[in-house]
Design a protein around this ligand. Structure first.
Ligand code: GLN
Length: 310
């Protein structure tokens, strides 16, 4: 059984030890992210029972970025089922940077993973929708159900991304040319860019993890958000590609499904038990939060949570 006072002290201790760890730099290819104060830092756990434990800048709302890929994947699975998503997008590691065009070229244009840009743009295009606004509202709705109704689009962040996302537009056209895109390419890229441009707190991110940990019931709202058959698929994808080309290192050192974003957020899921989330803007060369990885790893290691442990 989880003892809440132990959990409080582990979160406090991990935040104190690693919340200002040195190294890394803010993402600067999205102008909005370059200007976020680098010393912001937070850590949160939400348990499958709905207990919330947090430390640091817990009210700060940061950019979800790539972590949004998990929510859109969840919706694509709900819309189409696991087999179709595997066939149309894939469930493997690319072994390459998150926005790699090379990874596409090497695999006949198939994105391989819903958790890299190509696969996430393909996931956005798969969502059943009448039009662009319907597609966007369904994706935002899933972020809110998994995390919190407070999750909203940031217009300045979205404008910053939409005016600099040339590489992602190229990826959308490549997907279209190889038959792996399922709506208008610029609509898919627009909606994908919006889904990256929402803001959330570290507790809201940990709530998303807790919803995945319970097999799809949000422990705070008590709503069933996902079918229990779909959450193992999402966690498998997070294991394979959640931290991009260092997903293997993360599995080796932490042993939990994880997902990071260039906004500085990172999430890990302990199935059946909790979501662990952290935020701090400085990133390593791969695009993962330096302090976030350390804080989440510290909580998981101290509590002894590792899926590969007997
Ligand atoms: N919006 C960012 C992009 O598409 C998200 C990338 C990320 O967080 N790794 O480049």
């Amino acid at each position: 059984m989880l003892d809440l006072s132990t959990l409080h002290s582990v979160v406090e201790q991990s935040y104190r030890e690693f919340g200002q760890a040195p190294g890394g730099a803010n993402a600067d290819y999205i102008p909005f992210l370059a200007n976020i104060p680098s010393d912001l830092s937070a850590l949160a756990v939400v348990t499958a029972n709905g207990d919330v434990i947090s430390a640091g800048d817990i009210h700060y709302r940061f950019a979800i970025e790539s972590i949004s890929k998990v929510c859109t994947l969840a919706l694509a699975l709900e819309d189409w089922g696991a087999q179709t998503v595997q066939q149309k997008i894939g469930a493997d590691a690319t072994g390459m940077p998150f926005n790699s065009v090379m990874a596409l070229e090497l695999h006949g244009g198939k994105p391989l993973s819903p958790l890299v840009n190509a696969g996430a743009i393909a996931s956005a295009s798969l969502i059943k929708a009448e039009n662009t606004e319907d597609r966007w509202n369904r994706i935002l709705g899933m972020q809110r159900k998994l995390g919190s109704p407070q999750i909203k689009l940031s217009s300045p962040l979205n404008e910053s991304e939409q005016s600099t996302n040339f590489h992602n537009r190229a990826i959308a056209w490549l997907l279209y040319s190889s038959g792996y895109l399922y709506c208008d390419p610029m609509e898919a890229c627009d909606v994908y860019t919006r889904q990256c441009s929402t803001l959330l707190t570290t507790v809201e991110l940990a709530t998303m993890g807790a919803t995945l940990a319970t097999g799809g019931i949000n422990p705070l709202s008590k709503e069933r958000v996902l079918s229990p058959d779909n959450t193992p698929r999402i966690l498998a994808d997070m294991t394979m590609e959640g931290l991009y080309d260092t997903s293997g290192d993360w599995a080796y050192t932490v042993g939990l499904p994880g997902k990071s974003g260039v906004g500085g957020g990172i999430l890990a899921v302990v199935p059946g038990v909790m979501g662990i989330a952290a935020f701090s803007p400085p990133l390593d060369d791969i695009g993962n939060s330096v302090r976030g990885q350390k804080m989440v790893a510290s909580v998981a290691n101290t509590l002894g949570y590792n899926l590969y442990k007997s």
